[in-house]
Design a protein around this ligand. Structure first.
Ligand code: G6P
Length: 377
């Protein structure tokens, strides 16, 4: 009997088993819908708070991991689904802030690179559940090859967390909606603090993130109104194109994934510069093109790519802090320092996918064929 009064018995041998009981600090409020229609909208609305919670990490650990990343000869981030798009955003942040190049390999393909993983490799696994089979498989192989493992996970004591040399937790509570929302944002926030730790600027990052959390909170009601309207206006369309350059390409990819998962509308996320190499052939009258176009280093070029599609009949949904007559629909975001724009663009994408799912008569909490945690290969 342990000090919680719980006894664990092996039914095969009838013998008592000693197990260490760990208490996970998740309250039941986070696991109920409360007044909301769906878990998904509840979890979207929680995000201003999640930004704060995820950013507060143990600074010593962050510094240790940042130094580990900077010193490592080869850094590879591996993940699946939304977690992989968070990893792609992280990759840009590591380069922009930490001046460290790294690669992202999707876990289902990771095994095919086994020959180039060795003791000079640092693997960063990103996983909400900490149990995704493809991620686990890759990590096992990397461990056998002598690589060091860091991970960014939500579920405490999950298999991936236990396999890792260092773990950062998302601190976003249980995510019930099948489609990742708050866990995705929390993963990105962790990439921000980790990248800023590489530049010895954790305090700076924390201050900025607190402000951003307030800005998002102030704007969320307006974003809901705008995305509801756009969803009504575009619900008949069957192909959406999400474009962005640089870090915004990763943001675009996640936007497209959310739409596919929830409304079963076909969507592609792509680097805006790649449109002309094929996909532009698909643009026809009223094709919705979602331009992830904050006023940053990618602004003018992305706008020009959006214009190219508009001249072929596309309707442009611009997610930006800057107005433009190129946009048929404008989802306004607040102006922030350039590096933080991805955080501002994610909630508009999630809300657009949520309201489009509702317009199409789908239940966003129960997307067909999808599971929260994919524990088979
Ligand atoms: C499933 C979920 C996705 C998630 C992916 C990776 O496909 O439906 O929402 O992004 O698995 O899951 P993980 O738990 O490893 O982040």
């Amino acid at each position: 009997m342990n000090n919680m009064g719980i006894e664990i018995i092996d039914l095969k041998t009838d013998k008592k088993k000693e197990k260490i009981i760990k208490i996970i600090e998740w309250d039941d409020k986070t696991a109920t819908k409360n007044e909301h229609e769906h878990f998904m909208i509840k979890e979207i609305l929680e995000q201003p708070e999640i930004i704060k919670k995820a950013s507060l990490q143990d600074n010593e650990k962050l510094m240790k991991m940042a130094i580990g990343i900077l010193r490592s000869k080869q850094v590879i981030i591996t993940a699946c689904g939304s977690s992989r798009y968070a990893a792609l955003i992280g990759r840009y942040l590591f380069s922009k802030i930490g001046e460290k190049f790294c690669d992202v390999v999707m876990s289902s393909e990771f095994g095919y690179f086994g020959e180039s993983i060795d003791k000079n490799t640092l693997i960063i696994a990103v996983s909400q559940s900490g149990e995704t089979a493809d991620v686990l498989e890759g990590l096992k192989q990397a461990k056998e090859n002598g690589a060091e493992i860091y991970s960014i996970v939500n579920v405490a004591d999950s298999t991936i967390a236990r396999m890792s040399d260092e773990v950062l937790y998302l601190n976003c509570g249980p995510e019930i909606g099948i489609a990742a929302t708050k866990s995705f944002l929390a993963q990105i926030i962790i990439f921000y603090v980790l990248a800023f730790a590489m530049d010895n600027k954790i305090e700076y990052a924390n201050k900025k993130l607190m402000k951003i959390s307030d800005l998002i909170k102030n704007d969320i009601a307006d974003t809901i109104k705008t995305t509801k309207k756009i969803a009504k206006a575009t619900k008949e369309q069957r192909d959406f194109f999400y474009i962005g350059r640089g870090i915004n390409f990763a943001v675009a990819s996640e936007g497209a994934l959310k739409l596919k998962e929830l409304s079963y509308i076909h969507a592609e996320g792509m680097p805006a510069g790649e449109l002309k190499h094929g996909t532009i052939a698909l643009i026809e009258d009223k094709s919705p093109v979602v331009a992830i176009n904050p006023n940053d280093y990618t602004y003018l070029e992305t706008l020009s790519n959006a214009e190219e599609t508009k001249s072929r009949g596309a309707q442009i949904i611009g997610i930006s802090d800057k107005e433009s007559n190129v946009y048929d629909h404008h989802i306004k975001i607040a102006k922030v320092d350039e590096i933080f724009y991805p955080i501002m663009c994610i909630i508009p994408e999630q809300l657009l996918a949520y309201y489009l799912a509702l317009e199409c008569g789908k239940n966003p909490d129960r997307p067909r064929n999808l599971a929260k945690s994919v524990t088979v290969k």
